[in-house]
Design a protein. Structure first.
Length: 152
């Protein structure tokens, strides 16, 4: 009989998906959570945002895992039947220096394999999100970002 111990992984998204993957084998698996409920750590602090991977350093483990994980959400959602919506995300700029940062983020995202990256102008931003500060200049719009629910 084999036992696996997941050191420092509890009942968040990473820990539960590791247990799900291991459950495909003939193993006895026990998930321990130190908090009073699941998703009380990093997963909860993430606000259920499914990041696209436009900002991790290219070729880093974080970039590879972030982008691959984002792409897996559509399939995972259809199998596990949890709420998930690719509603996109926007990163705003309010001055010329920030515009350059958005262009850098777009290039990082491209290198990481993120699909659906676009720099949009003020009028388009306000059309999509009318409550944004009207002095906004541009935004990086990331269509592959999404949201989910931590609780069913």
């Amino acid at each position: 009989m084999r036992f696996f111990i997941l050191y420092k992984k509890g009942g968040g998204i990473v820990g539960t998906l590791i247990v799900r993957q291991l459950s495909k084998y003939s193993l006895k698996i026990l998930l321990l959570e130190k908090e009073s409920d699941i998703v009380m750590g990093a997963t909860m602090a993430n606000s259920a945002i499914i990041h696209a991977g436009y900002d991790p350093i290219p070729n880093s483990n974080k970039a590879r895992i972030n982008c691959k994980g984002n792409k897996l959400y559509t399939e995972l959602c259809s199998v596990l039947k949890f709420p998930f919506k690719r509603n996109g995300a926007i990163v705003l700029s309010f001055n010329d220096e920030e515009i350059k940062i958005l262009e850098e983020l777009k290039e990082i995202g491209r290198k990481n394999g993120v699909m659906g990256l676009e720099i949009i102008k003020r009028d388009e931003i306000l059309k999509r999100e009318p409550n944004i500060n009207p002095i906004v200049k541009t935004a990086l719009y990331i269509t592959s970002s999404g949201i989910t629910s931590l609780y069913l």
